[in-house]
Design a protein around this ligand. Structure first.
Ligand SMILES: NC(=O)c1ccc[n+]([C@@H]2O[C@H](COP(=O)([O-])OP(=O)(O)OC[C@H]3O[C@@H](n4cnc5c(N)ncnc54)[C@H](O)[C@@H]3O)[C@@H](O)[C@H]2O)c1
Length: 253
């Protein structure tokens, strides 16, 4: 078994469901020490118990990433329990309301930007100083193909994910010489509760969604987790400031 991540302290946000959950389980298989967080506490706590039952170390911390005080507390809990921070996967995000730009509400704008963009900024703000103490660390932020191309009806989401790629590149430049790598992962459609909510909005959308991907299907969350683990591994030691498309060929079209 590859034990590269054995005893590495890893924070994952939005870990109760979907890609975050799959990534937590993937790091647990590699014997990392996990700090998982979310706003859906019941499912997060039950995931932590599942991981501990498998023989790994894990704590669950409530953290709404749009609240910097929650984020600061999550990072403090990581340090309190495990003494340092090696890796962070800033995964949590929401799709927000569907609708064309001129029809969107200010509330939706503030909520999507507050979670997807300010949340990732807050995570890095508190994670980076801990990594600097060890002159080593890896951060992966969750963007999307919507961080690279537009998507009709999802303008604020698209803006937030383009912003995540911008924050990622800047942090990568600022800390590259101090041992910290920062990259983003940009999935296309992934079979998660988020995608279920999106395809529910219109009949036939599920089939259309599969057909939009040259590979002929959406991804499984475990396929995104693999890309995150790769970016966090020493195999990616020269990769920083990169937006890794994991999109079944979507943006090659
Ligand atoms: N599913 C897709 O098709 C897809 C595609 C591209 C990118 N993404 C991105 O992947 C990431 C994970 O998405 P997913 O599909 O697993 O979504 P999901 O909705 O299935 O799961 C997201 C998790 O984040 C949590 N969360 C929501 N708001 C939060 C907040 N304010 N603070 C902390 N946690 C919060 C939720 O409770 C949930 O556990 C998101 O950033 C999303 O934008 C998803």
């Amino acid at each position: 078994m590859n034990t590269e991540f054995k005893d590495k302290v890893v924070i994952i946000t939005g870990a109760s469901f979907g890609i975050g959950r799959a990534t937590a389980l993937a790091f647990a298989r590699e014997e990392a020490k996990l700090v998982i967080s979310d706003v859906q506490d019941k499912e997060g706590e039950s995931l932590a118990k599942e991981i501990i039952k498998q023989g790994n170390e894990c704590i669950y911390v409530h953290c709404d990433i749009s609240k910097p005080a929650d984020v600061q507390n999550m990072v403090s809990e990581a340090i309190k329990h495990f003494g340092r921070l090696d890796i962070a996967y800033n995964n949590a995000g929401i799709e927000g309301e569907m609708g064309f730009t001129a029809d969107g509400s200010e509330d939706n704008f503030d909520r999507v930007i507050g979670i997807n963009l300010k949340g990732v900024w807050a995570c890095m703000k508190y994670q980076i100083p801990e990594m600097l103490k060890n002159k080593k660390g890896v951060i992966v932020n969750c963007s999307s193909i919507a961080g690279v191309v537009g998507s009709q009806g999802l303008s604020v989401y698209v803006a937030s994910k383009h912003g995540v790629n911008g924050l990622t590149k800047n942090a990568a430049l600022e800390y590259a010489s101090q041992g910290i790598r920062v990259n983003s992962v940009c999935p296309a459609g992934v079979q998660t509760p988020m995608l279920d909510r999106i395809v529910e909005t219109s009949s036939g959308l599920k089939d259309q969604m599969n057909a939009m991907h040259p590979i002929g299907r959406v991804a499984q969350p475990e396929e995104i987790a693999e890309a995150v683990l790769y970016l966090c591994s020493d195999r990616a030691s020269f990769i920083t400031g990169h937006e890794l498309l994991v999109d079944g060929g979507f943006t090659a079209q």
